[in-house]
Ligand binder design. Structure first.
Ligand code: NAD
Length: 390
């Protein structure tokens, strides 16, 4: 159980690129990083508009001289300080991730990067190699993956409670962009512009989250081939898709499907995963994150509740409030940032034993997301044909 005791003796000196006052995702990064005292926010290049970023940083309590106009100046100036930052989070539009992540690693910083890590698997592999060379970690914010019930599912599958896995049914389908809302909303505008998001919209923006939930729950499944059909129901978004269906074949003979959409009218978030084994199934839905359905063939449905003593130790270790009270996205993110801090500290101490089996969305998760999107686009643009996963 997490009770406020710090997992580390120190607090990592931390900065942010992006995540400014008008951003969608900046606050949850700060809320998660600051929750357990594992990070202290000391510097930032928070905004594309330097003046606005400085004013925002100061309002957060960051010293004015450490609110920088851009990430290059920040990395250089912080490296020259004895108390310079040790880690940075990148919460900017997607087209900037690669350059900022690369510069951060070169400056000797640990990185927490928004998804997608970059646009091509070649760039992703480069970042992975650089992080290894620099002995710096890259954490990727697949937020809900930090929810305890995801690790509960992982343990139940590892224990064989489902038997051999046959079907992985995934979806992440909201309805917020059923109309061309980007015309009035700057946070949505860049999401449907290939100059900012590269080759995909919902495949990269939404589906990679759910794909990582599946990887976490059933890490033994490896994709052999996939096919993808994608559509731009709001025509002005073409060639970027606002809806896609992906079929995947795994190496054990299992089949997976992933429906991702921003035009699922009426749906709030719609991220669900159902894993079907030969004996039983597990199902989790992010709109009711405190419940995990466990359905054994021929028996009544069991709803496993977060925070209850019957859960696995792996799930209970990240519990913050006990069963009955709702935990959700903010706690899941806090659990991820807590793990990022532990991994950064272990990496600084060269604690290979800790890192060997320590789960968090790491650089490999980032690389996998990029590769998966690349394969989906290749299939979709080739008439929705099957492609070997490469
Ligand atoms: P946004 O457009 O709302 O905000 C972007 C922020 O970055 C703004 O403050 C902007 O001023 C700043 N910015 C832009 N370019 C910059 C630069 N070069 N240097 C410094 N600051 C810069 O975008 P958002 O919705 O907050 O998304 C940001 C990132 O977070 C994207 O990669 C997005 O995919 C990701 N995201 C992830 C999740 C998640 O659940 N993990 C959810 C939403 C968004």
């Amino acid at each position: 159980m997490i009770n406020g005791v710090k997992p580390l003796e120190r607090s990592l000196r931390w900065g942010m690129v992006g995540g400014g006052g008008t951003s969608q995702i900046g606050y949850i990064h700060r809320s998660a990083a600051l929750r357990d005292g594992t990070f202290t926010l000391l510097a930032g290049a928070f905004d594309i508009d330097a003046q606005r970023g400085r004013a925002f940083g100061v309002s957060l309590g960051v010293p004015v001289e450490r609110c920088y106009a851009d990430f290059q100046t920040m990395f250089q100036a912080e490296a020259a300080r004895e108390d310079g930052i040790e880690a940075v989070s990148i919460a900017t539009p997607n087209n900037t991730h690669y350059a900022i992540c690369r510069a951060a690693l070169e400056a000797g910083l640990h990185v927490v990067c928004e998804k997608p890590l970059c646009f091509s698997s070649q760039e992703a592999e480069e970042l992975a190699a650089l992080s290894r060379r620099q002995n710096k970690i890259i954490g990727v914010t697949y937020g809900y993956a930090g929810h305890q019930l995801i690790l509960q599912a992982r343990q139940m599958i590892a224990d064989g409670q489902l038997g051999e896995i046959r079907i992985v049914n995934m979806q992440f389908c909201h309805g917020f962009h059923a109309q061309p809302v980007e015309q009035d909303n700057p946070s949505t505008r860049w999401r449907v512009d290939p100059r900012f998001v590269g080759p995909s919209y919902v495949l990269g923006d939404l589906a990679t989250h759910t794909l990582f939930l599946a990887e976490t729950m059933a890490p033994m499944l490896k994709i052999q081939r996939l096919m993808c059909s994608r559509q731009s129901f709001v025509k002005s978004r073409a060639p970027l898709e606002d809806n896609a269906h992906v079929l995947m074949e795994f190496d054990n003979g299992a089949i997976g499907s992933l429906w991702c959409s921003a035009v699922n009218s009426g749906s709030m978030h719609g991220q669900k995963i159902r894993i079907v084994g030969e004996k039983a199934s597990l199902e989790w839905w992010d709109e009711q994150p405190n419940q995990l359905r466990f359905e054994v063939q021929g028996e009544p449905v069991r709803i496993l509740e977060r925070g209850m003593g019957y859960l696995d130790a792996l799930a209970l270790q990240d519990d913050r409030i006990g069963g009955g009270h709702a935990e959700g996205l903010f706690e899941a993110w806090s659990n991820l940032y807590r793990r990022f801090a532990v991994a950064m500290d272990a990496s600084d101490r060269h604690d290979e034993a800790l890192l060997k089996d320590f789960w968090y969305p790491d650089v490999n998760a980032g690389v996998m997301g990029v590769r998966w999107v690349e394969n989906c686009v290749r299939s979709a643009d080739n008439g929705a044909s099957w492609v070997a996963f490469s």
